[in-house]
Design a binder for this molecule. Structure first.
Ligand SMILES: NC(=O)C1=CN([C@@H]2O[C@H](COP(=O)(O)OP(=O)(O)OC[C@H]3O[C@@H](n4cnc5c(N)ncnc54)[C@H](OP(=O)(O)O)[C@@H]3O)[C@@H](O)[C@H]2O)C=CC1
Ligand SMILES: O=C(CO)[C@H](O)[C@H](O)COP(=O)(O)O
Ligand SMILES: [Zn+2]
Length: 338
């Protein structure tokens, strides 16, 4: 069967390509209904990954955050119309120790092979999960699963003193990290640190918020999550090192294009643990579906960070979504109607 993939071929240029659709018993055909734009997609769309990476990875359909409806299951396990979330990380081998999202052999959609900007997607049976919630909000499951992966790692590594957790970054990732941490540790004081005051109003469920140039000098956090990335990473990580208690854990989540200069002297002196977190696997998605289905308030809060919904019926609409996203405070969601 022939499918269409909407591939980025150069910065800000999308082309509709005819592609073969893989069809066998282990693949289920899913029609995307909602897609949301991640900072990683924007780095490709705008060309900020640099020429070498762009040359290696393009042409490629963007977007690794998507939910859809089953249109065909050769085994009949899923009814036509079932809402499912699609998992972008695609493991190629099993490993008893290393999680799939860290295996170098795993492939990740929209980072080397086609993402979800397609008419329909052929998904491996082990990479879809059915859900019962509003698809428009469920599209935030991928970002929630990334946070779930980080929180699960944090549980294993961090010391038990969790009176105060600081989150640097008051964007999408900071918001979802704060939400998941508040649900996981209801008695812990969650403090968010950011730059733009007006964005702090969204964080009504946390205990405190501070602008980074106005933090009380005696404030201390037991652990911290860095959700900044890019050019702000360095300042954020070094500020965390200043405010964190000895033997705290810093969960790093922001992606940077260039190496980041870190005050390693104080990392040593304070005995800090820096924990890298990237992407997520099936279990993280499963736990995220359970979290969102169990706590309706989580879905309600998540819906508040959808800054804009763009109905996509043409390539022009795709460009509108990406262009608008550059000016939106939080998430831009595409209602896929193509
Ligand atoms: N590890 C993973 O698997 C994943 C990583 N990411 C990465 O996480 C990063 C954040 O993504 P996302 O939340 O969507 O992006 P956002 O731009 O929405 O959030 C970043 C936030 O950090 C704020 N900020 C900038 N500098 C500082 C600082 N020094 N201290 C505190 N806050 C600061 C920004 O402020 P302002 O409003 O002024 O811009 C912004 O609100 C990106 O690099 C993204 O690629 C995303 C998804 C998954
Ligand atoms: O957003 C992410 C996961 O949700 C990651 O940041 C993304 O996978 C990074 O990919 P790339 O290396 O292509 O920038
Ligand atoms: Zn992402």
């Amino acid at each position: 069967m022939i499918n269409q993939a909407y591939r980025l071929i150069a910065p800000k240029q999308i082309r509709a390509d005819f592609v073969d659709l893989k069809m066998d018993d282990e693949n289920i055909i899913v029609r995307p209904t909602y897609l949301s734009i991640c900072a990683a997609d924007q780095r490709y769309y705008t060309g900020s990954r640099g020429r070498v990476i762009m040359k290696q990875k393009l042409p490629m359909a963007l977007i690794h955050e998507s939910v859809g409806e089953v249109v065909y299951d050769p085994k009949g396990e899923y009814k036509v119309g079932t809402n499912v979330v699609m998992i972008p990380n695609t493991p190629m081998e099993k490993d008893d120790i290393i999680k799939e999202n860290y295996l170098r052999s795993s492939q990740f959609r929209a980072s080397g092979f086609d993402g979800f900007m397609q008419n329909v997607v052929s998904m491996r049976r082990d990479l879809i999960i059915p859900f019962k919630m509003e698809p428009r909000v469920a599209v935030l499951l991928e970002l929630t699963s990334v946070v779930m992966n980080a929180v699960e790692n944090f549980k294993k590594i961090s010391n038990e003193r969790k009176n105060v957790i600081g989150i640097w970054g008051n964007g999408n990732l900071g918001f979802i990290s704060a939400l998941v941490l508040k649900k996981t540790y209801p008695d812990t004081k969650i403090i968010v640190f950011g730059v733009e005051e007006h964005k702090m109003a969204y964080f009504s469920f946390v205990d405190d918020t501070y602008l980074i140039n106005n933090i009380p000098s005696d404030l201390k956090v037991d652990h911290a999550f860095e959700c900044v990335g890019g050019r702000g990473s360095e300042a954020a990580i070094n500020q965390i090192i200043d405010y964190i208690q000895p033997q705290g854990t810093i969960s790093l989540m922001g992606v940077s294009e260039t190496p980041v200069g870190i005050n390693t002297r104080m990392v040593l002196e304070k005995g800090l643990t820096l924990l890298g977190n990237s992407r997520s696997n099936y279990d993280d998605f499963k736990k995220s579906v359970e979290l969102m289905e169990t706590y309706p308030d989580v879905c309600e809060y998540l819906s508040t960070i959808i800054s804009e919904e763009v109905v996509v019926q043409s390539i022009k609409d795709m460009h509108k979504a990406f262009e608008d996203d550059l000016n939106n405070d939080f998430k831009t969601v595409m209602k896929w109607d193509i």
